[in-house]
Design a protein around this ligand. Structure first.
Ligand code: ADP
Ligand code: GLC
Length: 483
């Protein structure tokens, strides 16, 4: 099949979260399964191109937006897996200090224009280079208008996208792309689509809602999250009835892990390699983590690691209300890497002064450090309010770092609860997101560390051997494309 992926993030070029990991990994696996995949991305000035320079592809491409035509250019890069990546260059929109927000985390005022333009340009590119896809696969609100544009472009020119089906993957229904109706004329879709069952949302334009309506198939990134947002208006941020209306055309497919990047046997970003039965390297990583985060050099004390966006979704405000009690009563160390909410940045950024040598933080975004936290920690904490899939707990399993997670969405699907009777399980789960439940569950993990050492060893061996590689999930996408 010919597949075109449209997204706003993709490793190794640009990443703010798990979306980039998925768009970076899935196309290569589909290509290996014999499909012809192209990935189209914005040419942000912040992109990095590790495999060398870009090749100019189209120096001038016209994109009709509402009443006017914008002129952009297109560049091209191959990757080792044979996936072709195209980059839409339009400096007015993509030469910025951030990709969605400015440095004070304020969303750009023209995100509706920026991402509708990008989506339309990506489809124009497919048309101009005569790549007639069997499937256009869009991701999240940023490219959620693709199914609507495909429908319109087909109406205007019968040959264009005549055999194309569309898929929208929702990585997080909490971000919908909600914009003032003033942008509607620029977006250039017919006013007949600006109704409350299609694109209109209490007077605003809702990109994701439009995507759900027009896409032939809608997916999200774990079965449990699919069930949650189909039925719960709170968790679905109001999208549940529209998702229910898709019936069988809405499914959950679990994300996989790119083990070429995340494996303690080969990871280039950690100081020593290790595996089941050869755990020495993990001790080296722990020592290095303690050094980097200014924690006391002590192999016997367990480290709880966190790598996260500081967003409401991640529950780190609840952790803030119990972390001092944890540190005051338990013999542990905590290492946090993250950024986002300024109050949490300030709180976690200054806490090391109070718990010198026992709490360490790095406020910022640092991929190398993320790998070190995964490898050097003994436990990995994700107290999420909701979690569509979550990748860090899957990375943790592979690094023999036992996840402590809230039982929600993909976290619930991927972590098996520890059983004290027999030492079975791969992590520690709790249901209610309250400071008490969080405190108790961290306590449970820590007491297991000190009192049931054998269980920790068997859990680590079980965790590191789990297989969440992309193949199985890619085959599910393949089935969906075929259908
Ligand atoms: P989400 O996409 O909701 O942020 P995921 O668990 O799916 O959550 O993916 C997060 C990805 O972003 C992981 O690859 C994680 O390592 C990475 N990440 C998050 N915060 C940071 C950070 N501060 N520095 C480096 N990597 C980070
Ligand atoms: C979103 C979700 C996260 C998921 C990621 C990749 O950012 O918050 O749970 O793993 O997308 O699908």
């Amino acid at each position: 099949m010919k597949i075109a992926m449209l997204a706003s993030e993709c490793t190794p070029f640009i990443k703010t979260g798990g979306l980039a990991d998925v768009v970076g990994a899935l196309p290569a696996v589909l290509q290996r399964l014999g499909h012809d995949v192209v990935v189209i991305l914005p040419a942000y000035s912040l992109n990095t191109y590790p495999d060398g320079k870009l090749t100019p592809f189209f120096s001038k491409m016209g994109v009709k937006m509402g009443g006017k035509e914008e002129w952009c250019s297109v560049h091209y890069a191959d990757n080792a897996e044979g996936v072709r990546h195209y980059f839409i260059e339009f400096n007015q929109y993509f030469q910025r200090e951030g990709i969605y927000n400015n440095s004070s985390m304020k969303e750009f005022d023209d995100n509706a224009e920026r991402f509708s333009f990008f989506t339309k340009a990506a489809l124009q590119l497919l048309k101009d280079m005569k790549f007639s896809p069997d499937v256009v696969h869009a991701h999240d609100w940023q490219t959620a208008l693709a199914p609507a544009y495909v429908t319109e472009m087909r109406k205007a020119d019968k040959c264009c996208f005549s055999n194309t089906k569309t898929i929208l993957t929702i990585h997080n229904v909490g971000y919908q792309g909600l914009f003032s109706a003033q942008s509607y004329s620029y977006i250039g879709l017919p006013w007949s689509a600006f109704t409350s069952d299609i694109l209109e949302d209490y007077g605003k334009i809702n990109f994701l809602k439009g995507g759900i309506y027009f896409a032939d198939k809608v997916t999200t990134v774990s079965p449990t999250y699919a069930a949650q947002i189909r039925h719960d208006s709170h968790l679905s941020f109001g999208m549940d009835s529209f998702l229910r209306a898709k019936k069988d055309n809405f499914v959950g497919i679990l994300n996989g892990v790119d083990y070429t990047l995340w494996d303690p046997r080969t990871d280039k970003k950690i100081p020593a390699h290790y595996w089941k039965g050869k755990w020495k390297g993990k001790a080296v990583c722990k020592k290095e983590l303690q050094r980097r985060f200014r924690l006391s050099d002590d192999a016997a004390v367990p480290i709880v690691g966190i790598v996260s966006r500081f967003a409401e979704q991640k529950g780190l405000d609840i952790l803030a209300s119990t972390i001092e009690a944890v540190l005051n009563t338990m013999h542990i160390q905590i290492a946090i890497l993250g950024s986002g909410d300024s109050r949490l940045e300030h709180y976690y950024g200054t806490l090391p002064q109070k718990f010198h040598g026992r709490f360490g933080s790095f406020i910022g975004y640092d991929d190398d450090l993320a790998h070190l936290v995964e490898a050097g920690s003994d436990f990995f904490l994700m107290p999420s309010r909701y979690e569509p899939c979550g990748l860090n707990q899957l990375y943790s399993l592979r690094y023999g770092t036992l996840p402590i997670v809230r039982a929600t969405g993909g976290l619930d699907d991927t972590i098996e609860q520890y059983t004290e009777k027999n030492g079975k399980g791969t992590g520690f789960k709790f249901d209610d997101l309250t400071p008490n439940a969080l405190y108790d569950t961290i306590g449970w993990a820590v007491s297991t560390w000190y009192d049931r050492k054998k269980h920790i060893t068997s859990m680590k061996n079980r965790a590191i051997g789990q297989d969440f590689s992309w193949e199985a999930s890619a085959r599910e996408y393949e089935e969906l494309y075929r259908s």
